[in-house]
Design a protein around this ligand. Structure first.
Ligand SMILES: O=C(O)CCC(=O)C(=O)O
Ligand SMILES: [Fe+2]
Length: 229
């Protein structure tokens, strides 16, 4: 991680350069490798893409956001966390995590997230205009196998997920069954699902036996992708 951090330091964007109201990526780049302020790599230099099959892929960008603990603490305090229910057959279950959703970016409580949204839009060529955040309070919280159908109604979508806090396993497996692919995103890492991933694959964040601290995932959405072509 030390090598990676110093390699990325040149291109980190400082949070203090991010205007409150602008959706444009910040213009000033940080040059001091010792800086601890939050900052992201607008070049996505560390991205590693895994081809899942001929039409689906997942990308892991380790260490994309530096100083991610600050964003975690801020969201913990400021996001309007709610408990959601899920119906399974005839029974209602409380989801084993908390969620806050922002369909309007103007409501997002952290300006850094606006700059991050703009950088993701620019890099992946998708106009992200909303996001939802999930809070995994400890190792017993989880997300079951699913595809993001509500936010991906097109054949192909690009769905970025930014991890903050504890390292947890993020698994993908073909919808029709078969071996799963495991990623272990740490705080500050991006996982990006692309191609037909939401149609042909499922993803989850499983519970684990080993104790884990709090984790937040930030999931980016686009009205364009949520609308049938
Ligand atoms: O928490 C994560 O890493 C993934 C969350 C997710 O897949 C979802 O909320 O749809
Ligand atoms: Fe999902």
């Amino acid at each position: 991680m030390a090598g990676l951090a110093s390699g990325l330091a040149r291109t980190m964007v400082r949070v203090r350069d991010i205007g409150r109201s602008t959706l444009q990526p910040p213009l000033f780049l940080e040059t001091d490798p010792a800086v601890e302020e939050p900052g992201f790599d607008p070049t996505f230099a560390a991205a590693r893409r895994v081809r899942l099959d001929a039409t689906s892929w997942v990308e892991h960008v380790p260490g994309w956001l530096r100083g991610s603990r600050q964003l975690l603490d801020s969201l913990l305090a400021k996001a309007g966390w709610e408990q959601r229910d899920r119906w399974m057959f005839d029974k209602k279950y409380a989801e084993p995590r908390l969620t806050a959703e922002y369909t309007d970016l103007a409501e997002v409580p952290e300006p850094l997230l606006l700059a991050i949204t703009a950088a993701l839009s620019e890099h992946y060529g998708v106009p992200y205009d909303g996001l939802w955040v999930n809070l995994y309070r400890d190792h017993r919280d989880s997300t079951g196998w699913h595809g993001d159908w509500q936010t991906c109604r097109r054949e192909e979508c690009v769905v970025p997920v930014l991890s903050l806090g504890a390292t947890r396993r993020f698994l993908l497996k073909p919808r029709t069954g078969g071996r799963s692919v495991a990623l272990t995103p740490a705080g500050g890492d991006l996982v990006v699902m692309g191609g037909r991933c939401q149609r042909d694959w499922r993803h989850c964040v499983p519970k684990q036996a080993a104790p884990a601290e709090v984790r937040i995932s930030v999931n980016f959405s686009s009205r364009l992708q949520a609308t049938r072509a």
